[in-house]
Design a binder for this molecule. Structure first.
Ligand code: ADP
Length: 612
């Protein structure tokens, strides 16, 4: 009972969510169910009346009943067709709702929560299972069937009771005794109980076997998706694949996984076919028994021959309703299990509470940012990526952050941008812990070019304004500062040119060109703090020199944080922080650090050899 309740708790919550998006969906489906049930009983009643008047030889009345039957069926048929047509659009809408809710939630979760392996697993598993079994779309379908079954049971119950309790015309023989109220109620009860037990067993047994097949199938669809999207459908991967002659190996991999997938679907269809046969067998046994019982009642004169179809139909509807109820419960249990993990994902809270204090608006850009004993460990990692970091960002100064690979430079920036929260210590803005500020307002302080920056398949102007208001002069100025203006002017539609080919016919930009556009995006934001993580890594030496030359102008009046492997860039900065193993080991100006002859001086000398 507890399991049944928990299934419907999930199911009703999902129905409520559908209703919240479109309040017409549920009432229209309810109307369709009611009409389809009324159609069946109106048909049964009219057919019985028609047969009765025919048997009585009243042909005039028979014509009236026949016309009535025809009109009623026609009317319901038209209504039904109209509703079904309307449902087609609704089905697509409901199907898509699942993906919209999934993406929407993923989009607004904080970055650190989203990175948790268990969170991405929940998304992937509910998405794959929903794709395979129909998810939200079929949930409504099964609820409608369940309701239809309940109505059939309720409406046919009176007729079933009547036919069971009807007394034979005379109580002489064996058949008459069998057709008596008690024996026939017992016979019907036995047939019904047999059918219910049979249906329950069929669903339990096949449900378990289906679950076993699904469980053994995990990973195959994900592998096919990866191979198809990331390898076969990705031109960049295509280059490497051809260069190293990896086609045969990848093709064999694809073939193996597709074979496994076909095998899975084969087994599933086979099992579903067997389940259907078992279901048919159980329901046919019940139908035959109930027809025999009504025939017995008609033969013994308990009911009229004309009413045979009516009562046999009612018995059939009653038993079919009970069977359908059990079948729908089985299907809903399966759907609600995987949709439950989808709801769990929707209920995932951000790891950290969002602050609400607004950030002080300053036209002079005088914000003070400081790390106070900050340590940080990535989720699931033993080693801390940052340890007891203390530093104050000098306002409107240029800060260089250097260190070997893995020293903690990017982590330092991730924490500064509040993509992660310190495991210990705090970061402050104007003396207040940054966790207390409204996240969006806090992030508006930063224009960042990450090492793994991304551009999108939108027009150039949209990539630069990144959701902000379009101001062409300002865009051109940002492009000029990032040395990308000429490049964009030469594109077929200038600022309106699409990037890449994903959404529209667009242009493909090189790594260096893309990096310049990402730089322009960071500059366009007009943020008081500019963070550049290896912003020239993909640029050729000439372009890099040009960006350096403009660097002062680019960050003028702002605080800038500059991360680079290229030590030469440190010369442009007022202060340098040297990271090693997650700690700040040295800080000061280029001259002071170089003269100190420590870590910084060794790194500088090691690279200076290549410049000489
Ligand atoms: P740098 O930018 O100086 O090369 P990072 O800040 O990227 O160094 O990395 C610091 C340490 O944190 C490294 O040991 C790295 O392996 C680890 N690290 C970085 N990003 C992650 C992540 N998302 N999950 C787990 N560990 C990470």
């Amino acid at each position: 009972m507890g399991e049944i309740l928990s299934v419907h708790k999930t199911g009703f919550r999902l129905l409520k969510m559908i209703h919240g998006v479109d309040s017409a969906i549920l009432p229209l489906h309810l109307l369709e169910v009611c009409l389809s049930v009324i159609q069946v009983y109106a048909g049964l009643f009219l057919t019985a009346s028609l047969i009765d008047v025919l048997l009585a030889g009243a042909y005039g009345a028979a014509v009236k009943w026949a016309v009535c039957l025809l009109l009623v069926q026609l009317l319901f048929g038209v209504f039904h067709t109209l509703l079904k047509r309307k449902f087609r659009g609704m089905e697509t809408k409901i199907w898509q709702l699942f993906y919209v809710w999934l993406r929407e939630k993923a989009f607004f979760l904080d970055y650190e929560t989203m990175e948790q392996p268990q969170v991405s697993e929940k998304i992937l598993s509910s998405e794959i299972r929903s794709n395979m079994h129909g998810g939200l779309g079929v949930l409504l379908y099964y609820y409608c069937d369940m309701l239809r079954a309940l109505l059939h049971i309720l409406l046919s119950a009176a007729m079933v009771f009547y036919v069971c309790l009807a007394e034979p015309a005379d109580a002489a023989g064996f058949l008459e005794a069998l057709a008596g109220p008690l024996p026939s109620a017992a016979l019907f009860g036995m047939a019904l109980a047999g059918m219910a037990v049979g249906a329950w067993k069929v669903y339990g047994r096949f449900g378990e076997r289906l679950q076993g097949i699904y469980a053994a199938h995990t990973g195959v669809e994900e592998r096919i998706m990866y191979l198809q999207n990331q390898l076969l459908g990705n031109p960049k991967a295509g280059k490497i694949i051809r260069m190293y002659g990896m086609q045969e190996m990848i093709y064999r991999n694809v073939e193996k996984n597709i074979d496994e997938s076909l095998d899975f679907f084969g087994k599933m269809c086979d099992l579903e076919r067997k389940q259907e046969t078992a279901n048919k067998l159980v329901s046919s046994l019940f139908t035959v028994s109930s027809y025999l019982l009504v025939a017995l009642k008609a033969v013994t004169g308990a009911v009229t021959v004309g009413a045979f179809t009516q009562y046999a139909g009612a018995m059939h509807q009653f038993g079919g309703g009970c069977f359908q109820l059990i079948a729908c419960q089985g299907e809903l249990r399966e759907i609600c299990t995987y949709m439950g993990s989808f709801l769990e994902f929707l209920d995932t809270d951000n790891l950290h509470a969002a602050g609400s204090i607004p950030v002080e608006k300053r036209t002079d850009g005088e914000y003070e940012l400081a790390f106070e004993h900050v340590s940080f460990r990535y989720p699931g990692c033993e080693e801390p990526a940052l340890q007891d970091v203390n530093c104050r960002l000098r306002m409107k100064g240029k800060l260089a952050v250097v260190g070997k690979n893995g020293a903690g430079k990017t982590t330092f920036i991730n924490l500064l941008c509040r993509l992660y929260e310190p495991t210990a210590g705090r970061i402050t803005l104007n003396g207040v812990d940054i966790r207390k500020y409204d996240e969006e307002e806090y992030r508006s302080l930063f224009g960042v070019v990450f090492q793994d920056f991304k551009l999108f398949a939108f027009p150039v102007w949209q990539n630069i304004t990144a959701g902000g208001v379009r101001q062409d002069d300002k865009i051109r100025e940002a492009l000029r500062q990032a040395d990308a203006r000429e490049m964009v002017e030469q594109m077929p539609k200038g600022l309106d040119t699409y990037l890449y080919q994903d959404l529209e016919e667009g242009v493909t930009v090189s790594g260096g060109e893309a990096q310049k556009l990402a730089l322009a995006r960071a500059l366009y934001k007009d943020a008081p703090v500019v963070v550049l993580d290896e912003p020239t890594a993909a640029l050729d030496p000439k372009a890099e020199a040009e960006v350096y030359a403009r660097f002062h102008q680019m960050v003028e009046g702002r605080t800038s944080v500059y991360i680079s492997h290229r030590m030469s860039s440190c010369r442009f900065c007022d202060e340098i922080i040297v990271f090693d193993k997650g700690r700040i080991v040295e800080r000061g100006s280029h001259e002071a650090l170089y003269n100190a002859g420590g870590c910084y001086a060794r790194m500088w000398d090691a690279q200076a050899r290549y410049y000489a």
